[in-house]
Design a protein around this ligand. Sequence first.
Ligand code: C2O
Ligand code: CU
Ligand code: CU
Length: 475
Amino acid sequence: MTDVTRRDVLRVGMAGAAALALPRRLLAQSATLPEPPLLALDRSEPGLAVGSLVAEWTRTAVGDTTAWLRTYNGSFPGPTIRVREGERVRLSLTNRTADATNLHTHGLHVDPTIDDPFLSIAPGDTWVYEFDVPSGAAGTHWYHPHVHGSVARQLFEGLAGALIVEGPLDSTTRLRRIEEHVLVLKDLSLRNGAASPHTMVDWMNGKEGDLLLVNGVADGQLVPRRGTLRLRLLNASNARYYHLALEGHPLHLIATDGHFLGQPVELDALLLAPGERADVVVQLAGRGSFHLLDLGYDRGSGHMMGGGHMMGNRPGSAADAPHPLLTIVAPARRRTVPLPSRLTTVDVVDTTRVAQRRRFVLGEAMMGMAFSINGRTFDHERVDVRARLGDVEIWEIVNGTGMDHPMHLHTYPFQVLSRNGTGESRTAWKDVVNVEAQSRVELAVPIADFGGKTVYHCHIVEHEDLGMMGVLEVA
Ligand code: C2O
Ligand code: CU
Ligand code: CU
């Protein structure tokens, strides 16, 4: 996530003007923005929430057509799982597709022997995941498949949903009076009634779809009843970045990757890389409708041939931006809820006693058809990093490629210390950090609890499938 610059402010102004000139076609088909259904949970045993997911192909309405998509429980995006801190969750996943799958609870602090990316659920099989939701886990997380080599297809074809943990902070008076919405940003493109296949260029750059869907709908209308909204934004796209701005309104960032900030931060625009989440509060001012816009973002090109862009296909080009993602219709009678001035205490990781410094160099190989970390592509039998439980480590990630890579670490949330040597201004917990092309970041990684094997990888999931992933073993 990037802070606002003067340039962003100017761009939002321009974006507002540009949005008015949008082709009618885009504005005419506004449908009411649906909210993903809630996953039914059986709570008859105290302290335990039991639910089930079925991965299956479903004929799904997309705009004015239908398409066969992979879904959880028939829903695209998948149902929202809403649980509480301190609860135990028992979640079964039945695989009714023809491909091995599994479930990763991205962002939720779960023992990696349970949230196991190496597990594979064969077609026809059911697996039961059982884990505790730790205290302090309140926030916007998500779930998706994690079988190496087929994540990109399964995610693009629909398998993803929000996983929300409620905690004590959510029920304080101020936050309770704010109307909450889950917004799953997930692009898609269709061909012959199904998600379009990956091309060579898609594998290199990460696949983006031409349909920019929020909760499965293009430019839907959100008609809130209250004047102050909490938007739980989740980028569940394979590779698309969203540079978000709301016409005429600042965004008050209250949480990043499912962790509250110390206090709200006012932004004019916010960059959300694949896998990232952001909770923002919006205080609607004035009457009318306001677009939530994608301002466009240049995330760099993939492998270059002869110094040019491969097949002229530059991903994330700003050419067709700004693009409306949804329209918020302000209610006529509204009362704005004041923002809480303080949210929580975010302790800065103590880096005076660092046990280990590590360096991860991101690279491309095989003409952009393989992606590596420290010169090696993923091997599930190899342990790349061995860390000790209780240690604080500093990870430096160096991106020498021409493309941004959003790097994600399972199990252990981290804090960004610096980007290109410049100290990060905000203390925040994250689990995805965008490492811009030709740049480096430094992270403080406390290996606080849970042993076992887990992974870190690029969340452009094509890159993950093509090898940009490593194994971390903690003992
Ligand atoms: Cu969102 Cu390794 O995952
Ligand atoms: Cu994850
Ligand atoms: Cu990448």
